[in-house]
Design a binder for this molecule. Sequence first.
Ligand code: SF4
Length: 111
Amino acid sequence: MKELICINCPKGCHIFINNDEIKGYSCLRGLYYAKNELTNPLRNLSSTIKIKDSNLMCPVKSSKPLPKDKINLVMKEINKVDVSLPIKFHQVIIKNVLNLEVDIISTKEIN
Ligand code: SF4
């Protein structure tokens, strides 16, 4: 039996998966979450990117959840990049990272 904690809302339902049986979710979002965790687990990514000619870092995030098994590869791409000022809120820093159809975007305006 596998146990997951649903991360879609603060209730944090404990979901139990035993072969084809899925129990413990309180709504359909939990059921879809459990099915995705079994087949293609996804995670949002937050990190920082170097600002060129500065000691400052710019906070960034993925524009949508990424496959969990690609997170380390995406972090390597993020660590290769530096960005010039000014930076706009939600500016695309890395477009279509690793062809995953996800952008890395800034989460702060920095001038
Ligand atoms: S199953 Fe539904 S109610 Fe339970 S934590 Fe997930 S989203 Fe919230």
